[in-house]
Design a protein around this ligand. Structure first.
Ligand code: NAP
Length: 484
């Protein structure tokens, strides 16, 4: 097909990647639809104090666009957002993006995707790439009285920057990566910060030092020096060890991460009572591991307080815990995570012969290799359901997925077929094997609940090691696809 039209949904990290790669492939009839007024996805929506990515800075970039200018070993949120904005401009992706325009419906009819935009307009495409992200629907807790609070209350992904925090009493509900980063940022800044922790988590120590101006200038001047400092091979070996740790809880990698968490816990908390209250009751890595250079130090700050007593309700003046105590507050931040099973929903997607995505996903989101679904021809996902998620770079994951998707697109572009999607059998076999493997991972065996688990309690993630993922992404197994 000579003038292939491709529509990409979402202008976050993965959508921008798709735009750049499509251009590289010489496909220029491309539109990227973005519901918001700016690019950035996660990094646009999350602006909370202390926002950081826990992947080492120099690995949290596209492989083709390294960034010598990171100021810290772990990239601060605003620098990540600026990096994506710069990259978007440099590669001319801005001109492909239509902002303030979501896609509300997509239906495969007569060999093409017919799209209804949120503006009411229509469009159509030969190929659709869903790059809508995983963690973008805030999960609000069900706590009685939330509307009665007279101070400011908001989800961490909807941070209200009009609310000054200095001198205020702030309560943070939730002890995932977000809650922990906020406590680190606010202890000693707010008059008081209370951390409401229902389930204490393991904390992996990490260095978050600064790159000096001299180092950054040297990286700018000599890309090889930057490549050397990054040491991609040893980073990838670390990711491999990490994924082995998740999937084979007795492996050396698992022992390493476990021991580092135990040592950090044992050596960092002075007060024995506080220590007992912070002691997790599950295996390290069962929940997504938290990497923090200073949470234990900050929760011991004189202006910080750990609250382990369950919340009974929220009242006008603050949070009342089940022991009857009212914790008076001016601000409540809900670090209560996201609904991780939504992906491109609430968009309505109808595939071949009227097959509705809601029907296919009635039990749980499924996709062959996280990329393709039967009866949804020429519809491919980046960071789709059950793909790898963890403490490693989702940019790297998306690049590998793109390498795979590009080969599917090439079949259509080269005229070998007009439509391509995985077979029902291939997806069923894949999902059966995935679920079986998922039940052997520490996410399942480690004695915890987390957002990794689907409604049936099965981890909704890639349950094998990293090298298997890289191998699978190198080339499609064409027997697992049907083309017409
Ligand atoms: P999360 O990991 O899902 O944590 C949600 C927290 O809210 C948990 O501690 C949970 O407690 C608590 N919670 C939920 N409902 C509650 C209720 N009704 N009462 C009391 N506590 C309640 O969410 P997150 O911290 O926003 O992180 C989500 C994901 O975003 C991370 O796992 C990560 O993938 C990503 N993230 C990454 C970074 C990074 O550095 N790369 C930073 C931030 C976020 P329970 O544990 O008891 O359920």
């Amino acid at each position: 097909m000579s003038d292939l039209r491709v529509v990409v949904i979402g202008a976050g990290m993965a959508g921008i990647l798709a735009g750049i790669k499509l251009q590289e492939m010489g496909i220029d009839n491309v539109s990227i639809y973005e519901k918001a007024d700016r690019i950035g996805g996660t990094w646009r929506e999350n602006t909370y104090p202390g926002l950081t990515c826990d992947v080492p800075s120099h690995h949290y970039t596209y492989t083709f666009e390294r960034n010598p200018d990171w100021t810290r070993h772990l990239p601060p949120g605003p620098e990540i957002q600026a990096y994506f904005e710069r990259t978007c401009e440099k590669y001319g992706i801005d001109k492909l993006i239509r902002f303030n325009t979501g896609i509300s419906r997509a239906e495969f009819q007569d060999g093409r995707w017919q799209l209804t935009l949120s503006t009411g307009e229509s469009d159509s495409a030969d190929i659709v790439i869903a790059a809508t992200g995983v963690l973008h629907h805030p999960s609000y807790p069900h706590i009685e009285g939330m509307n009665d609070f007279e101070g400011a209350i908001f989800h961490t992904a909807r941070w209200d920057h009009s609310v000054a925090l200095e001198g205020k009493r702030v309560g943070v509900i939730g002890s995932g990566s977000t809650g922990v980063q906020i406590i680190s940022a606010l202890a000693g800044v707010a008059a008081r910060v209370d951390h409401y922790v229902r389930t204490p988590q393991w904390i992996m120590p990490v260095n978050n030092g600064y790159f000096s101006e001299e180092e950054r200038a040297a990286f700018r001047a000599d890309p090889e020096l930057l490549a050397e400092a990054m040491d991609v091979d040893s980073y990838n070996a670390g990711v491999e060890a990490y994924t082995l740790g998740l999937t084979q809880p007795q492996s050396e990698g698992a022992q390493f991460f476990r021991q580092a968490c135990f040592d950090n816990f044992e050596n960092s908390i002075r007060d024995p009572d506080l220590k007992e209250q912070l002691r997790p009751d599950h295996e390290p890595m069962c929940k997504r591991l938290i990497f923090s250079p200073d949470y234990y130090e900050k929760i011991q700050h004189p202006d910080a307080r750990l609250v382990r007593t369950d919340i009974e309700r929220i009242e006008a003046g603050g949070i009342r815990t089940v022991d009857g105590e009212l914790h008076e507050l001016d601000v409540i931040a809900l670090a209560t995570g996201f609904r991780a099973d939504q992906f491109m929903r609430p968009m309505e997607i109808v595939g071949r012969d009227g097959m509705n995505l809601e029907t296919l996903w009635a039990r749980r989101p499924v996709a062959y290799l996280a990329i393709s679904m039967p009866d949804f021809p020429n519809f491919f996902m980046l960071n789709g359901p059950n793909g790898p998620v963890g403490n490693f770079s989702l940019i790297d994951i998306a690049e590998h997925q793109w390498h795979y998707i590009a080969q599917l697109i090439d079949k259509v572009r080269g005229g070998e077929c007009a439509e391509i999607s995985t077979t029902r059998q291939a997806m069923e076999d894949f999902d059966t094997a995935r679920v079986e493997a998922a039940k052997k991972t520490v996410w399942y065996t480690g004695g915890c609940k987390s957002w990794y688990l689907d409604a049936d309690g099965v981890p909704a993630s890639w349950p094998w090691n990293y090298s298997r993922f890289v191998e699978e992404m190198s080339e499609p197994n064409w027997e697992h696809f049907e083309a017409a």
